[in-house]
Design a protein around this ligand. Structure first.
Ligand code: ZN
Length: 268
């Protein structure tokens, strides 16, 4: 552990990314004592309430067209549905890395996300820096969050997670491998939580997005939701397919390898 800080700083200098977790997540939940004990909609426990009459116009994946994966962390929140509205309007998809604690409050939003062909993935329960907690805590953070996603949506999340603040190391990767999870970071950081300006978010994406980009955003900011109303149609107009992380990585790598980090932003 004593070696970790200089290594992290070195990588920050090399990549130009600001890794220091100055960002404070919107909620600090409490891990359930055992499994997921919250009382979900009881009728939904065995019968997920996915509306069968919803058949959105979702663009089919075309292997020959360049792909970009939009990703939104830390929700769901009051602003998530505004982003879903835009995705639905343009037949696009995205990946939402949810905090387990928020899923209880936003069950309908989680179900709607999946019904639109987008992806709900694991971003831990309490949003801790995983390099700072025990292996057992890491397991609990990941297992409880996957469990609540499956309980609410009726579908298990994809076999990967995004570590809060992008913080990971060999120990975290080892626990991830043990649980069967790959680790997803990103290739383009909009810093939307810091700039909180729709034009700035739009400009950074339009200037830097390219084929294969995994773009980091947060659906906890109204400015990010507003930016998506311009970003999504503009990326499509430029010829990109907006796909889930699963779709992009399957296209690039085939089956994901548990414990491996996907993305250009990671700490060792
Ligand atoms: Zn986060």
């Amino acid at each position: 552990m004593k070696q970790a800080i200089p290594v992290i700083i070195l990588i920050i200098l090399i990549t130009g990314c600001s890794a220091v977790p100055a960002y404070i997540p919107p909620n600090q939940g409490v891990l359930p004592e055992q499994d997921v004990s919250f009382a979900a909609n009881e009728s939904a426990a065995n019968e997920p309430e996915i509306e069968s009459d919803i058949e959105p116009e979702i663009e089919a994946l075309v292997d020959t067209r360049p792909m970009i994966a939009l990703t939104f962390d830390d929700g769901p929140s009051h602003h998530t549905n505004r982003i879903l509205d835009v995705l639905e309007r343009y037949g696009a998809r995205a990946t939402f890395f949810v905090v387990g604690y928020n899923v209880e409050e936003w069950q309908d939003t989680v179900r709607r996300t999946i019904s639109l062909g987008s992806e709900v993935a694991n971003h831990t329960w309490n949003h801790p820096g995983l390099t700072n907690i025990s292996n057992q805590r890491i397991r609990e953070e990941l297992r409880t969050t996957s469990a609540i996603i499956e309980q609410v949506s009726g579908f298990p999340p994809p076999p990967f997670f995004r570590p809060p603040f992008g913080l990971t190391d060999r120990r975290v990767a080892g626990v991830s491998a043990e649980l069967g999870y790959a680790i997803i970071t990103w290739t383009l950081d909009t810093r939307d939580w810091e700039v909180r300006n729709a034009d700035a978010v739009y400009n950074i994406i339009m200037n830097r997005a390219k084929e294969g980009s995994i773009i980091l955003m947060h659906d906890t900011h109204i400015t990010t939701a507003a930016a998506m109303e311009r970003v999504i149609p503009e990326l499509i107009a430029r010829g990109y397919q907006l796909v889930t992380v699963s779709e992009l990585l399957h296209h690039l790598y085939g089956e994901l390898e548990p414990g491996r980090i996907y993305g250009t932003y990671a700490f060792f």
